[in-house]
Design a protein around this ligand. Structure first.
Ligand code: PEP
Ligand code: MG
Length: 597
């Protein structure tokens, strides 16, 4: 149908994109293509030169590198004093790319030997890097590819004498669309003019997601090949609650969204007023709602949304963005800060969970065929025991400052757990000998995210204080569906009855042993799953803080009795779709006010 942007005639087709909801809220406005310039890298027409132009082209290339180095340093110093040190560290990584000897040699040799113009040689060379990195199908490398593209674009623009536009130059309030938003984009961000973010790469743990949440701007990330379907001036709607973006909406859609926006904003404002209320079912059963956290920058929001503590602190953030492994002292300061920001509340600190493929080449120079089945999380201990030992010392020291709980990811066998518990004991002995304080009552839990761990839950329950179900991985490993592969995403169904059976088995084993079960995977934030999980025996839910208010409302309007009945019925279903529709029907009936969200 014919449609329109602001006042002009709308001639473009409405397109709906699905992504990952990274920060709640709705924004409507024109698009600002922050990374449109990346196309210079890809569509660069090959230009050749003559022998006598070689030196000048090499000089041009070196000057462009020097200008880029200077730009990065300026941004680095701005960031040092503004957002956080950790983000500023990323610029150190950017400098490494600009100073990469192999890259520089490759480009200069192409100029000399193949007589290519500097921009053509650079484009060819950087494309090779980007292709290798993006083919790695892993969120860490996807994010690093974003860094490389970011720097490469700056170099290319400097080569071509183009200005490097930044987000400070938004001509009007707009929605920023980009492959990813890197620190160099955000360093000069004009808060007044940015209505929201929509990016092609990234996950809920990417820079964009963190930044958007801390700025309270709606954001949707992870929409592959999305930017290339947009043009400057296109109109966009981003729905950060649902993870949807609509390009060139019809007038009807826009109107619909404006109404929705008003309704949702009103509902969320209402929900926030309930933030001090308990998540208690109609028949008096209380559930603890906690927040997942990836950095130390979002703690104010925990209070605002009424989180009762941190249910999952993903420590990998300290490692992945750092130029070197964080020391015991650096980690201790971060964990201590967490405990001090949450007086009287618990915080679950999870030991490092990265795959071998996500680590720095300098430390682990290997590649794996199946990284998700390889050297990930606690398994890295086999290669470098020092990493876990250092982290355990830091975590145990921080346990002296509050109700810290230690969580081990990716446990698949009793041998692993026994070894980990032995390491904790050794660390405690070491601290005791050195008279360094730590809590003697610190709870220790394991993630239940590998099917063998769920199956052996009874045995594990005798040795730990709590279970935390990592549904993101439990679904991936139980259904044999790579959680990052969009081709098999249609099979990634947390409502598969097999997953429910594993959750039930885990929660039953915990209850029998007198310990409790938390769910900290993404399903904990979906109100459609609330009654199911509670009915299956889950006692705590940990989720991104912005989702807490809606889950609290779902719980306050359900009964525990109904939740148990629903779970029983769902366990006997044959398909994921049947389970989902049962759960949705219950939510519609129990909490009609939120079921449409
Ligand atoms: C999970 O697997 O559900 C989980 C919470 O951990 P992560 O997403 O960090 O693997
Ligand atoms: Mg996991």
């Amino acid at each position: 149908m014919m449609m329109n942007n602001t006042n002009c005639v709308r001639t473009k087709k409405e397109i709906l994109f699905h992504g990952i909801p990274a920060s709640p809220g709705i924004a409507i406005g024109p698009v600002f293509l922050a990374k449109a310039k990346i196309r210079h890298l890809e569509n660069n027409t090959a230009r050749t030169i003559t022998e006598d132009q070689v030196d000048a082209q090499i000089e041009l290339f070196r000057n462009a590198l020097e200008m880029t180095r200077n730009d990065i340093k300026v941004m680095q110093s701005k960031m040092q004093s503004s957002i956080q040190k950790r983000t500023a560290d990323v610029f150190a990584a950017h400098l490494l790319i600009v100073n990469d000897r192999m890259l520089i040699r490759d480009v200069e040799e192409m100029i000399k030997n193949q007589k290519l113009a500097a921009d053509t040689a650079f484009s060819n060379s950087i494309q090779k890097y980007i292709t290798v990195i993006t083919s790695m199908q892993d969120s860490y490398f996807q994010e690093r590819a974003g860094d490389i593209k970011d720097v490469a674009t700056q170099i290319m623009n400097n080569l071509k004498g183009l200005a490097n536009p930044s987000l400070s130059q938004l001509p009007e309030p707009a929605i920023v669309v980009s492959s990813d938003l890197t620190p160099s984009d955000t360093a000069m961000l004009d808060r007044e003019k940015v209505l929201g973010f929509a990016t092609e790469t990234g996950s809920r743990t990417s820079h964009t997601a963190i930044l958007a949440r801390s700025l309270q701007l709606p954001a949707v990330v992870g929409m592959q090949h999305f930017a290339e379907r947009l043009e400057e001036g296109d109109r966009l709607i981003i729905d950060g609650y649902m993870g949807m973006v609509i390009a060139n909406p019809t007038e009807e859609t826009e109107e619909l969204y404006r109404t929705k926006m008003a309704q949702k904003e009103k509902l969320y404002a209402e929900l926030r007023k309930e933030s001090r209320m308990r998540a208690e079912t109609l028949d008096g059963y209380c559930i603890r709602l906690l927040a997942n956290a990836e950095g130390v920058d979002s703690f104010d929001q925990l209070q605002e949304y009424g989180a009762e503590g941190i249910g999952l602190f993903r420590t990998e953030f300290l490692f992945l963005n750092a130029a070197k492994l964080p020391s015991e002292e650096e980690q201790y300061q971060v964990y201590k800060k967490i405990m001090e920001s949450l007086p009287g509340q618990p915080a679950v600190i999870r030991t490092l969970d990265v795959g071998g493929d996500k680590l720095d080449d300098a430390l682990f120079s290997f590649r794996e065929q199946n990284p998700f089945l390889g050297m990930r999380a606690i398994r890295l201990n086999e290669l470098n025991p020092e990493i876990l030992q250092t982290q355990l010392r830091a975590i145990l020291r921080a346990s002296a400052h509050g109700e810290l709980k230690l969580l081990f990811p990716m446990v698949s066998s009793m041998e692993e757990l026994d070894h980990l518990l032995e390491l904790v004991k050794q660390t405690q002995n070491e601290l005791r000998q050195k008279k360094i304080p730590f809590s003697k009552n610190m709870e220790i839990g394991i993630m239940i995210e590998i099917p063998s761990a769920a199956i052996l839950a009874e045995q594990f329950a005798r040795k730990v204080d709590f279970f935390s179900i990592g549904s993101n991985d439990l679904v991936q490993y139980s259904l044999a569906v790579d959680r990052t592969n969009e081709r098999v995403a249609y099979l990634y169904k947390p409502s598969n009855p097999a997953i429910l059976a594993l959750i039930k088995h885990t929660a039953d084993a915990a209850r029998k042993a007198g310990i409790y079960t938390t769910v900290c995977g993404e399903i904990a934030s979906d109100p459609v799953f609330s009654a199911l999980l509670i009915g299956l025996g889950v006692r705590e839910l940990s989720m991104p803080s912005a989702s807490i208010s809606i889950v609290r409302r779902a719980i306050r309007q359900m009964s525990f009795y109904d939740a148990e009945q629903l779970a029983q019925k769902a366990l006997h279903c044959e398909t994921a779709a049947e389970v989902r529709s049962l759960a949705q029907a219950y939510l519609n009936q129990a909490a009609p006010g939120i079921s449409g969200l």
